[in-house]
Design a protein around this ligand. Structure first.
Ligand SMILES: Cc1cc2nc3c(=O)[nH]c(=O)nc-3n(C[C@H](O)[C@H](O)[C@H](O)COP(=O)(O)OP(=O)(O)OC[C@H]3O[C@@H](n4cnc5c(N)ncnc54)[C@H](O)[C@@H]3O)c2cc1C
Length: 306
């Protein structure tokens, strides 16, 4: 028999910073080996954020993780659940019973707990979420084709069209300002087309929008509109050219022969890879920097806004 390539997960606990411990609790799922629960110092005890799944042996894993962190279940004064997925909340009832503490969970957990009441609908809901999140129709259809026949996710049982939507990427949702409404983050299509990242752009655009709003509030009514219009202009100046480059890049690597050429020759080229990483991750120095910073900044400046 082949030896297992990785050791089995067991509960582990470690201090992250004073008063915060991470408790890694094993999960039985392929590809998702563990979930993280967190212990936070609170008075003479701890608040436990998430609990792991409830399975035979799972409590022993939690106790092992806590023991490594110098903690015990009877120190839990409160359990806070981030969301109602079984790997995050499953073990809450037995812990609450042993510790004699309350459990806090957002009251609007129907979207998660409904799956347990009606598992067949759960897959329908997942397909719907995928559609709303922009998964194109072809892969959705392929996915549906692999579901068991008895679930009846087939053409005869379809009640509405299968739809996809464009990912909110490369400034594909515009205008970013009109009639008192400012779009930030995904609502303004601000995911970076080079790498699919959107968190930093959501935060940065929100800051830029907030600046414009503050400016508008501080001005006489007649000048407010001009202050708000500065927001889309600032967005274009910061990301417009770079996003156009990103859209061109995506089109290029969508061509299999270009992709083949790039992987065959580019991957071994140290300097080219450093340049590509900077370009893809938008990690250039805005001022100064090395030659690659200057090339990327200059290209972004001369490229028309996306
Ligand atoms: C699977 C996946 C993986 C990703 N991985 C990464 C990654 O590794 N790195 C990265 O940088 N980006 C990643 N992204 C992209 C990133 O998550 C988004 O770009 C970013 O979260 C956008 O932030 P946002 O605030 O604009 O929108 P959101 O995070 O979508 O926030 C919008 C909020 O508004 C709420 N809302 C919607 N309608 C209403 C309403 N009518 N009333 C009240 N509230 C409402 C929504 O519930 C939501 O909480 C990923 C996206 C996905 C889908």
């Amino acid at each position: 028999m082949r030896k297992p390539t990785r050791s089995r997960e067991v509960g582990r606990g470690e201090k992250v910073v004073p008063g915060v411990w991470r408790l890694r609790l094993p999960l039985p799922w392929p590809g998702v080996p563990h979930c993280n629960a967190w212990a936070l110092a609170a008075g003479d005890g701890i608040v436990l954020v998430d609990t792991g799944m409830h399975l035979p042996g799972s409590m022993a894993h939690l106790e092992r993780a806590m023991d490594q962190a110098g903690l015990r279940i009877d120190l839990v004064r409160l359990i806070v659940l981030t969301h109602a997925h079984v790997d995050h909340c499953g073990q809450a009832p037995p812990i609450a019973e042993r510790a004699g503490c309350e459990v806090w969970l957002h009251p609007d957990h129907g979207h998660a707990t409904a799956d347990a009441d009606d598992p067949e609908r759960a897959f329908e809901r997942r397909a719907e979420i995928a559609r709303l999140s922009g998964v194109p129709e072809a892969p959705l259809r392929r996915w549906l084709e692999h579901l068991p026949l008895e679930w009846a996710f087939d053409e005869p049982h379809r009640t509405s069209p299968i739809r996809g939507a464009a990912l909110p990427m490369g400034f594909n949702r515009k205008p970013h300002y009109t009639r008192g409404l400012l779009l930030v983050g995904d609502s303004g299509g601000m995911v970076n087309p080079f790498n699919g990242e959107g968190i930093a752009y959501a935060l940065e655009s929100a800051e830029m929008a907030a600046d414009a709003i503050v400016q508008a509030h501080g001005r006489p009514v007649a000048e407010r509109e001009r202050a708000l219009r500065a927001y889309p202009a600032a967005l274009d100046a910061r990301y417009g050219g770079y996003y156009t480059l990103g859209r061109l890049f995506v089109r290029l690597i969508g061509n299999p022969s270009v992709m083949k050429l790039a992987t065959q020759h580019g991957l071994h080229h140290d300097r080219l890879m450093r340049f590509t990483l900077k370009l893809l991750a938008n990690l250039t120095d805005p001022r100064g920097g090395d030659a690659s910073d200057r090339i990327i900044n200059a290209l972004s400046k001369v490229t028309p806004v996306a």
